[in-house]
Design a protein around this ligand. Structure first.
Ligand SMILES: [Cu+2]
Length: 442
């Protein structure tokens, strides 16, 4: 029996600069949490209260965003809702984790530099489900663009122009902060592998040299049923949970990314991230139920659209090209009311892909280019293909305040592809009005 009180999970994160050894040959001047890339894994059970004290020992301000957690607006970790944590200062984040799943935290200030240098970590919320596996592992995927002397240099005008346009991709491929990791597992076992794409712009197309695996979860936790595949696209910000195995003793294979053409000047390539080596067999206790859980549909696929949102690019005097939401950079969108079903058509009229990320709320994708999807899932990040549109449904539950949505290619976000909006409680608005009248009478 669980006690009838909220469990508190207390953590301390210190952001600082430190030397991080990526491989025998490469050490970088990293920025990160608790002298590690990724930062520590934060764990909780569904319903726990997390208290996370963040101390900033960097020479510049930072804020920490808790990607995917349905927390109060004031705890979202953006400069919309808090004063950034200045050098030498600390800030205590405090929120309940209402959903089980694979989440992550990352800097939301000067992200193109702070995240590139390593300011991210995993946040895992355990469920009370019947999924039993032999092992539970986290794979934080990232890539760094380093100079020949392993520095994060900005490059010349043209390199910066392309970085802003394409997003920053590098040749140093990391799994949990290390290059060329070796993952050892036992034959005959089934493991739960949680992938988190923490890179600035890399479209990671997970592949095990053709071996099949089962997708069991994504951004907002478990799917309804496992999906057997031999590859899955994981875009920046997105999470995918899979069941890996059982494999046979002696098997060796790569965790790799297949080429993905997201229509930039970067040439799509097949890239190896890590190696898996299957050792002696061990008995398995794994059990993956047929029905993982039920996901109630928020709306039917032909639901009437309540709002249109458009991602596009346009000409800019200063930069040559601008990254826009509804025709503007760093724009504002209309407020939404607490409890009112939102059906948004989110279109991408540009010729390149953009990962759409909504802060603080999960949505369901009802349609993509007019067609329903293969299976239901709770999402907070979804790929907008070039010249395409999706229809999403979500409900602003009772967490009024300031929120945002944006492209999760960090350079595009910085260049303006984002919108702020407010969730408002119309009842509270009315009450305030009443109070005002009382005040007048008195
Ligand atoms: Cu983008």
């Amino acid at each position: 029996m669980k006690p009838n009180t909220t469990n508190i999970r207390y953590y301390e994160l210190t952001a600082s600069e430190f030397n991080w050894k990526i491989s025998e040959e490469k050490t970088v001047k990293a920025w990160g949490f608790n002298n590690s890339i990724p930062g520590p894994v934060l764990k909780a059970n569904k319903g726990d209260m997390m208290v996370i004290k963040v101390k900033n020992d960097l020479r510049e301000a930072t804020v920490v965003h808790w990607h995917g957690i349905r927390l109060p607006s004031s705890m979202d970790g953006t400069d919309d809702v808090q004063r950034p944590i200045q050098p030498g200062e600390e800030f205590e984040y405090r929120f309940v984790v209402p959903d089980a799943g694979t989440f992550w935290y990352h800097s939301h200030q000067n992200e193109t530099e702070q995240m590139e240098r390593g300011m991210y970590g995993a946040l895992i919320v355990e469920e009370d489900s019947n999924v039993i596996t032999d092992e539970d592992r986290i794979f934080m995927i990232d890539d760094m663009k380093l100079t020949a002397t392993n520095e994060f240099k900005e490059g010349n005008f043209f390199q910066r122009w392309f970085e802003r346009h394409d997003g920053r991709e590098g040749e140093t491929l990391l799994v949990n902060g290390k290059e060329n990791s070796l993952i050892k597992m036992h034959a005959g076992q089934m493991e739960r592998w949680r992938f988190i794409n923490a890179s600035s712009a890399k479209y990671f197309r997970l592949h095990f040299e053709g071996k099949t695996f089962k997708i069991i979860g994504t951004d907002g936790g478990l799917l309804e049923t496992a999906q057997e595949v031999n590859e899955v696209l994981i875009i920046p910000g997105e999470r995918v949970e899979i069941i890996a195995g059982p494999f046979a003793e002696g098997e060796i294979f790569s965790i790799e990314s297949l080429p993905y053409n997201r229509m930039t000047s970067i040439k799509p390539k097949r890239q190896k991230y890590a190696t898996v080596k299957v050792g002696a067999s061990k008995p398995s206790v794994a059990f993956i139920p047929e029905n993982l859980r039920t996901i109630e549909s928020l709306a039917s696929h032909d639901a009437i659209v309540t709002r249109k949102v458009n991602f596009s690019v346009g000409p800019s005097w200063k930069h040559g090209i601008n990254f826009l939401v509804n025709g503007h950079v760093h724009t504002g969108d209309k407020p939404v009311n607490v409890g009112e079903l939102q059906v948004w058509e989110v279109s991408n009229t540009s010729l390149m892909d953009h990962p759409f990320h909504l802060h603080g709320f999960f949505f369901q994708v009802l349609e993509e280019n007019g067609k329903p999807l293969d299976y239901k899932a709770w999402k907070d990040t979804y790929n907008l293909k070039p010249k395409s549109k999706i229809k999403i449904a979500w409900i602003p539950d009772n967490r009024p305040g300031r929120w945002m949505y944006h492209c999760h290619i960090l350079e595009h976000h910085e260049a303006g592809m984002m919108a702020h909006f407010e969730v408002v409680d119309p009842m509270k608005g009315a009450m305030k009005h009443e109070h005002h009248h009382h005040a007048c009478k008195n």
